[in-house]
Ligand binder design. Structure first.
Ligand code: COA
Length: 185
């Protein structure tokens, strides 16, 4: 689903553009994903595991652009992507298709400027527009920054998976599952 382009102003007063990445942004999206995977331990993949070809990424972005049950929003600092959120179904069978899963990532040099909070608001709105009833997130149990943000936006903890993530150094991190009800009363 394509969203209407908009603008966000950071806590430092800088303006950035929010828009749905198109097929033409495939290289930028891949560069973003590789960079952020190396900046934080709190993403699922290591940089070497970001291995989509540009053609494959174009196809994925095309799907996000067109499909009614998918959405992606990028924050652009000129031609560089500095944050991404996306919404996709947890499952496409009848019993699960009311649930969406979200991703949320901001480049480290732009943390603590309010961009994560703004993107999460956008993800919630996007999930509502797509017709989802719940929005879900998975977070490392020690990712205090993300947990604080999600709780502030009304997500509740609904389970913990022990040792869900195994790192290359042999250590483990638990995973917390979070969910937000999107019904409007
Ligand atoms: C989580 C993430 C998206 C937040 O983005 P951001 O742009 O820094 O978010 P914001 O600036 O809107 O908010 C950050 C909040 O964390 C708080 N914070 C900063 N450092 C913190 C810490 N060590 N512990 C707890 N909270 C912290 C800030 O004070 C701010 O809260 P406030 O607005 O109530 O003051 C970003 O850090 C990120 O991409 N991290 C790596 C990937 C990741 O963890 N993604 C989430 C996976 S589920």
């Amino acid at each position: 689903m394509k969203i209407v382009d908009s603008k966000v102003t950071t806590k430092r007063g800088e303006d950035f553009i929010l828009r749905t990445p198109s097929r033409d942004d495939a290289e930028k999206v891949l560069a973003f994903r590789r960079d952020v995977a190396g900046e934080t331990i709190y993403l699922t993949r290591y940089p070497y595991e970001i291995e989509n070809s540009i053609e494959k990424e174009r196809e994925i972005l095309g799907n996000y652009y067109r499909a009614d049950n998918l959405g992606m929003i990028g924050i652009f600092d000129n031609n560089r992507i500095i944050g991404i959120t996306s919404v996709s179904p947890v499952g496409i069978c009848f019993k699960m298709r009311h649930r969406a899963s979200a991703e949320l990532v901001v480049r480290k040099e732009y943390w603590n400027l309010g961009l994560g909070a703004h993107l999460l608001d956008q993800a919630i709105e996007l999930a509502e527009i797509c017709g989802y009833e719940r929005l879900e997130l998975s977070v490392y149990a020690d990712n205090a920054r993300a947990l604080r943000l999600y709780k502030k936006k009304g997500f509740i903890e609904c389970g913990q998976v022990p040792q869900a993530f195994k790192m290359m150094d042999g250590t483990y991190h638990d995973e917390i599952l979070m969910s937000k009800n999107l019904w409007r009363y």
